[in-house]
Design a protein. Structure first.
Length: 274
């Protein structure tokens, strides 16, 4: 039986019981025009300088060049705001609706597209944050706040002035505001990123569906390793090979070497069919 047919059987069986954990990465949003991190479009040019996301998405970069880092995030926020959830996101929302409290979604994407499909926010773990929100850079609390409308449609490369930085300050204590995203030189935690909850969800999963991630980050890899040890079916949806494919092959699951939208619609249909 080919892997997609086995995956469909697995999702049909979920109708009768079992917990599904979905883990998504940039690949699902690539289908609606949001560049992935490690693809070429992820690079950022400012004047004659070329930055890689791995350089800009750091606490160290923010401390030394807050205006440059904010300009990059504000531009990307506009790209995310202009995008709409695609058929992959909608298919995940159908899975959520079919399973209720037997569903958890762990997403590395900060683009806010999953929440826009109407999934109960309690069931979504945005483990890398959300680009539409800011928080205190001095950690006066873990609370986040909305980025003001004046930053809508931020042009690529536009200069962030001192006045802009003032408009982004923490409303509670007046310290500089920062994007509510996890940077490469920072650690996961529960208060800001629901990291413990995401791992607990994985510990209770009966099926792990991984979509469009290259396996470069720590918590998702822990979820994959844990699920492989528990020997639950892991399904890896990705046109390219990646470490989750290796996990998946060690379990009763497998590798679905196709785009997110196509695979997820098929699996949501299998789950929802009467
Ligand atoms: N369908 C499914 N997967 C796809 C598709 C598609 N149509 N197109 C590309 N992909 C896959 C690529 O093959 C790759 O494995 O999406 C993955 C994207 O990888 P990354 O750009 O590394 O994105 P991601 O894994 O989400 O990155 C993880 O790293 O930069 C940090 O915090 C950032 O959340 C991000 C994290």
């Amino acid at each position: 039986m080919d892997d997609m047919v086995r995956a469909q059987r697995c999702f049909e069986a979920l109708r009768d019981g079992g917990v599904l954990v979905v883990l998504t990465g940039a690949g699902i949003s690539a289908e609606v025009g949001i560049p992935t991190f490690r693809g070429e479009e992820g690079y950022w040019t400012r004047g004659s300088k070329v930055y890689q996301p791995m350089e800009l998405a750091t606490r160290a970069a923010f401390e030394s060049e807050p205006a440059t880092v904010w300009s990059w995030y504000l531009y990307r926020r506009g790209v995310c705001s202009a995008a709409a959830p695609g058929r992959g996101h909608e298919a995940v929302a159908r899975m959520a609706a079919a399973l209720g409290d037997r569903f958890h979604l762990v997403t590395q994407n900060v683009d806010g597209l999953h929440p826009r499909t109407g999934i109960d926010p309690a069931r979504i773990y945005e483990i890398h944050g959300n680009i539409f929100r800011a928080r205190c850079s001095r950690d006066c609390s873990a609370a986040t706040y909305s980025i003001p409308d004046r930053f809508d449609d931020w042009p690529k490369d536009a200069e962030v002035t001192d006045e802009d930085l003032d408009a982004l300050r923490c409303p509670a204590c007046g310290a500089p505001g920062r994007p509510h995203v996890l940077w490469f030189d920072e650690c996961y935690d529960e208060a800001r990123y629901r990291a413990d909850s995401a791992l607990s969800a994985a510990a209770g999963a009966d099926v792990l569906l991984v979509v469009g991630t290259s396996g470069a980050t720590n918590l998702p890899m822990q979820m994959g390793a844990l699920s492989a040890v528990r020997n639950i079916p892991i399904w890896d949806v990705n046109p390219e090979d990646n470490p989750f494919g290796d996990f998946a092959r060690r379990t009763p699951g497998g590798v679905l070497r196709t785009g997110a939208g196509e695979a997820l619609v098929t699996l949501a249909d299998a789950l929802a069919a009467a």
